[in-house]
Design a binder for this molecule. Structure first.
Ligand SMILES: Cc1cc2nc3c(=O)[nH]c(=O)nc-3n(C[C@H](O)[C@H](O)[C@H](O)COP(=O)(O)OP(=O)(O)OC[C@H]3O[C@@H](n4cnc5c(N)ncnc54)[C@H](O)[C@@H]3O)c2cc1C
Ligand code: SF4
Length: 564
């Protein structure tokens, strides 16, 4: 039986297999949003790649079910410790485990960051500036929008206005509420995307059939994940994706360069994969955890942590959900959860008493998630909860996606506790600061106004957080950051970090597209540098050539970006 990646897509076979003793060019840790793109680009450029993934290699026919409760194994459910004034819910609310990582269970909302997001300190005197500008990343946004590809409105008016390669999706019930409420209040909104879900068939992937199981992996194959968009091409070009392989530490030679990764297989056996360079792409919690667990002589506080910033400046976005009950039938599951939004409040407004802003977005919880939200929002329980759940089809849910600033006390450290591999687990501390609290309060009230304006008879809200990034941030100064503008660690010249953890600030756009765009940019840099990465400690910070020729097949110039 072929290993299936969708109704029509199968895993390229055979997959190349390297022995641990073989020295590969790059060992990538983590095959998620960033790791999948890195593996694909670098394999296509001819490098020898082993990508270690702690979770399974999903067979979408055998492993996935269109059932909310049955899909919880997609998440990183291993032990983590959470604390601080506003402890983050960990598990299903943040990262994935398995090939594709978080891109398997993301809602696939795919807006770009705004140009201002890269200059937050300069413009607003808070947070940090990125060492790159929006314009450095723009060509990679355009590339990934075609590769994934993104469906959305012909005119997206915020940030750097642009169009999308595939046409917008039809408006679902919740989208209709968002558009109606915003319109009544004179707030601009768009519908139908931007979302990494097919509005028309694409290669061996069918279009969306609007059944609402996007966060459960999408058995249809209409929703993009690197499992189906980039990994097949990586394997075709000789990469080995080694599942059930948990990286335990990055190894350092006496000359200060890494020579590979120690990992543990599903039977608990320890292995050492030799490599000429290592890229860590394990997500904003597991990346700092791995580097902290890689402390060694000369690096007693963790690898690549001479600045003391590794693990610090972790960010989550405010993700308050506002639920409104309507007389009309909404059926919030009958559409991709992500399909209408407004970024009208995204930028700093000097008339408000806080910096930065937020987006307003549709969300579409299935019944189990909705029940949890109602427990939190209304204290509903017992018969009261049953009563609310009988009304499930009459509720609409709209989220605030708010920018929380990077703070040093929001951080990942190592806990005393150990996981099933015997490795110290991550302890995540999260505190809200004054600016964050004011922003959340304003955003929450604004979305409630939208809900009332749309005609809701009852409005409740749940406070929550979404999308972790940061904790291994990029910067030009080795004293205040972990990696440089291409993801190379300041301390170890053949060790890179490339995932959401390198973001210095997060805007109020969902981070997945930006994470993949950063991975494509780092890949171009590594390709341009060639063997110099493997044999030299010299840092050449010249911008690389953009490798349009390395896109997966049939994606280059596909679709019709109606506004370039
Ligand atoms: C419910 C939900 C909905 C979301 N919706 C959206 C959305 O609509 N739009 C959006 O932009 N973003 C969304 N996100 C966020 C998005 O999924 C993440 O930002 C993105 O996937 C992060 O990419 P990454 O490469 O940093 O990490 P991941 O994609 O999480 O990949 C990390 C991979 O590394 C593996 N790994 C970690 N440690 C190790 C180790 N030691 N050894 C081996 N492997 C390891 C993990 O198993 C995982 O597969 C959502 C997230 C959640 C939880
Ligand atoms: S709504 Fe579309 S993208 Fe979501 S699970 Fe169904 S087919 Fe997939």
């Amino acid at each position: 039986m072929p290993h299936r990646l969708g109704p029509m897509q199968t895993l390229p076979s055979p997959m190349r297999s390297f022995a641990d003793s073989e020295v590969v060019d790059y060992c990538i840790v983590g095959v998620g949003s960033a790791g999948g793109v890195l593996a694909q680009r670098l394999a296509r450029a001819g490098f020898r790649i082993v990508a270690l993934e702690a979770g399974p290699f999903w067979d979408t026919e055998k492993d996935w079910v269109s059932d909310e409760k049955g899909s919880h194994e997609l998440y990183w459910n291993d032990l983590r410790i959470t604390g601080g004034t506003h402890p983050l819910a960990l598990g299903e609310n943040n990262s994935g485990k398995g090939v594709g990582g978080g891109s398997v269970h993301w809602a696939a909302f795919a807006p770009r960051f705004h140009p201002s997001d890269f200059r937050v300190y300069t413009e607003d005197g808070v947070g940090a500036d990125w060492p790159i500008s929006y314009w450095d990343l723009k060509p990679y946004y355009e590339l990934l929008e075609r590769e994934i590809p993104i469906a959305g409105p012909a005119w997206f008016p915020w940030g750097d206005p642009h169009g999308h390669p595939y046409g917008p999706h039809p408006l679902g019930g919740v989208g209709g509420i968002l558009v109606r409420g915003c319109t009544k209040l004179g707030i601009r909104s768009v519908a139908g995307g931007p979302v990494a879900i097919l509005s028309a068939s694409h290669g061996d992937r069918p279009h969306c059939i609007y059944r609402g199981f996007c966060l459960q992996g999408c058995k249809v194959g209409a929703k993009a994940s690197t499992l189906i968009t980039h990994i097949p091409d990586a394997i075709t070009h000789g990469a080995e994706i080694r599942a059930h392989s948990m990286a335990a530490r990055v190894s350092l030679r006496s000359d200060g360069r890494t020579d590979g990764v120690v990992y543990i297989d599903r039977e608990g056996r320890e292995h050492f994969q030799r490599a000429r360079a290592v890229i860590v792409a394990g997500y904003a919690i597991e990346t700092p955890r791995l580097l902290l667990n890689s402390a060694c002589p000369g690096h007693p506080h963790g690898l690549a942590n001479s600045s003391g910033t590794l693990g610090k400046y972790l960010m989550a976005q405010a993700g308050n959900v506002i639920a409104g009950r309507f007389d009309e039938l909404i059926r919030l599951y009958k559409a991709p959860p992500a399909h209408a939004l407004s970024e009208e409040f995204y930028e700093t407004d000097k008339s408000r008493d806080f910096a930065r802003g937020f987006a307003i977005q549709t969300v579409g919880p299935l019944p189990v998630a909705f029940a949890k939200q109602m427990v939190a929002a209304m204290g509903a329980w017992g018969w009261g909860l049953r009563r609310v759940m009988m009304d499930y089809n009459h509720w609409a849910t709209i989220g605030v996606l708010g920018e929380i600033l990077p703070w040093a006390d929001n951080r990942v450290e190592l806990a005393e506790e150990k996981d099933q591999y015997g490795l110290p687990v991550a302890k995540v501390t999260f505190n809200l600061h004054d600016n964050d609290k004011k922003l959340i309060e304003f955003g929450k009230k604004k979305v409630m106004e939208v809900m009332w304006a749309a005609g809701a008879q009852q409005v409740v809200q749940e406070s929550r957080f979404a999308h972790l990034v940061g904790a291994a941030r990029m910067g030009s100064d080795p004293a205040t950051s972990v990696v440089d503008k291409f993801g190379r660690t300041h301390d170890v010249s053949n060790l890179f970090v490339c995932d959401g953890s390198i973001m210095p600030t997060q805007g109020s756009a969902n981070p997945g597209l930006t994470t993949q765009a950063l991975a494509a940019r780092t890949s171009d840099y590594l390709i341009e540098q060639g063997d110099a990465i493997f044999f030299s400690n010299r840092r050449d910070l010249t911008e690389p050539r953009i490798r349009y020729d390395l896109s997966p097949p049939y994606t280059r110039l596909k679709g019709n970006p109606r506004i370039a």
